[in-house]
Design a protein around this ligand. Structure first.
Ligand SMILES: *Cc1c(COP(=O)(O)O)cnc(C)c1O
Length: 369
């Protein structure tokens, strides 16, 4: 017995690992409801392109085959649609995997990774997993602040992670602000622009032009949001040739499955479905923001597929969340993002948007009664 406990005490993970707080995903079930409105994970309420579903099923006919290891067909499709150089695209098991490679390749013990006050939690998790030190930089009114980031950067800074638009705030930096940040960073620091929600912004390139004009900018994208393929886990990165070469050394040769590759290729090529999803999202996002504002729930203008609703305090936000659950609607608490008085609401379809607007209106009437 004694020997055993001595043994297990001697087996310890590397420094940093035990500091990782497990990622908390959006809940998907509510006791007592057959149909729930899951507005907690920024999923596409319209689902993926029907062509992607068809391609996925067709790929199911030959599951004995190994998938492509160079992802050439998917990278070609991404290049055709997003106007990037296919040789500088790398595909990952979700953009989470691309973020993890960046941390493992460029940051280790003694190195700093800049993240922001309300930034996406995977940056911190991946930095710690790599043994690096995440350094949190304040935001200003729920918006990333370039000057504070530049002031925090130093000779130990290796990576700077920014989601644009940001999650869970929905706010966005301009291309000029991003360019100023990239130009002001120390030479050994790589700026990573996470474009998970870039597809929801009409005319925004996700940082592509900046990647192409500089040697210190990398962009990540995902099939989990506007493309509606979160269940398949597909993301991609675009960056300087030298960085892509480094990440390819970490990438498992068969990191994406054949059905995933087939579905993603069909999804990215179905531009009319993507445009339809973007337009529907914009329509119900502005409708919902207006409805909430009318009943006294403010939110910052959002550029993504969710709204960050602000309440008077944490207790009111918790009560609103509980009230919505009573109506079969699941929202996302964002206390872990230092926004305890807020709830993040994914934009649903017409029915979902009406359901959450009605629930929150009834909640506010009850509060004020
Ligand atoms: C949802 C999301 C992602 C997507 O991650 P995947 O691993 O591609 O599903 C990346 N970054 C942010 C900020 C997100 O909100």
């Amino acid at each position: 017995m004694r020997a055993k406990s001595v043994m297990s005490n001697a087996i310890r993970p590397k420094p940093g690992i035990m500091e990782i707080d497990l990622y908390v995903g959006g809940e998907s079930r509510l006791e007592g409801f057959d149909k729930v409105w899951k507005l907690s994970s920024n999923e596409n309420p319209l689902g993926p392109s029907p062509r992607a579903v068809e391609a996925y099923h067709a790929a199911g006919a030959s599951l004995e085959r190994y998938p492509s290891s160079d992802h050439a067909a998917l990278r070609r499709a991404i290049a055709d649609v997003h106007g990037v150089d296919p040789d500088r695209v790398i595909c990952g098991d979700g953009s989470d995997e691309v973020i993890a490679w960046l941390c493992h390749a460029y940051a280790g013990p003694g190195d700093e990774v800049l993240v922001t006050e309300h930034g996406f939690s995977m940056y911190r998790i991946s930095a710690l997993a790599a043994g690096a030190t995440p350094v949190e930089v304040a935001e200003r009114n729920r918006r990333v602040d370039i000057d504070l980031l530049l002031a925090a950067a130093n000779a130990r800074t290796r990576l700077v992670f920014i989601a644009n638009p940001a999650n869970p705030t929905g706010t966005m930096l301009t291309s000029a602000e991003l360019a100023r940040l990239a130009a002001g960073l120390p030479p050994q620091a790589l700026l990573v622009i996470d474009g998970a929600y870039a597809d929801f912004v009409d005319g925004y390139d996700g940082g592509r032009a900046l990647v192409e004009s500089r040697e210190n900018v990398f962009m990540t994208r995902t099939f989990s949001k506007i493309y509606g393929l979160g269940g398949l886990r597909i993301g991609w990165g675009y960056g300087p040739r030298a960085v892509i070469d480094v990440l390819n050394r970490l990438r498992g040769p068969f990191n994406l499955t054949a059905p995933s590759l087939a579905a993603a290729e069909a999804a990215v090529r179905d531009i009319s479905w993507t445009n339809h999803c973007r337009a529907e999202n914009a329509r119900w996002r502005s409708w919902l923001a207006r409805q909430l504002a009318e009943v006294g729930i403010p939110s910052d203008p959002s550029f993504a597929n969710f709204i960050l609703a602000r309440f008077a305090d944490e207790a009111t936000a918790d009560a609103a969340d509980a009230f919505c659950r009573g109506r079969g609607i699941i929202l996302r608490k964002v206390k872990g993002y230092k926004l305890p008085h807020c709830l993040r609401i994914t934009i649903g379809d017409e029915e979902g948007s009406h359901a959450v607007a009605r629930a929150l209106r009834d909640f506010m009437e009850k509060e004020q009664a």
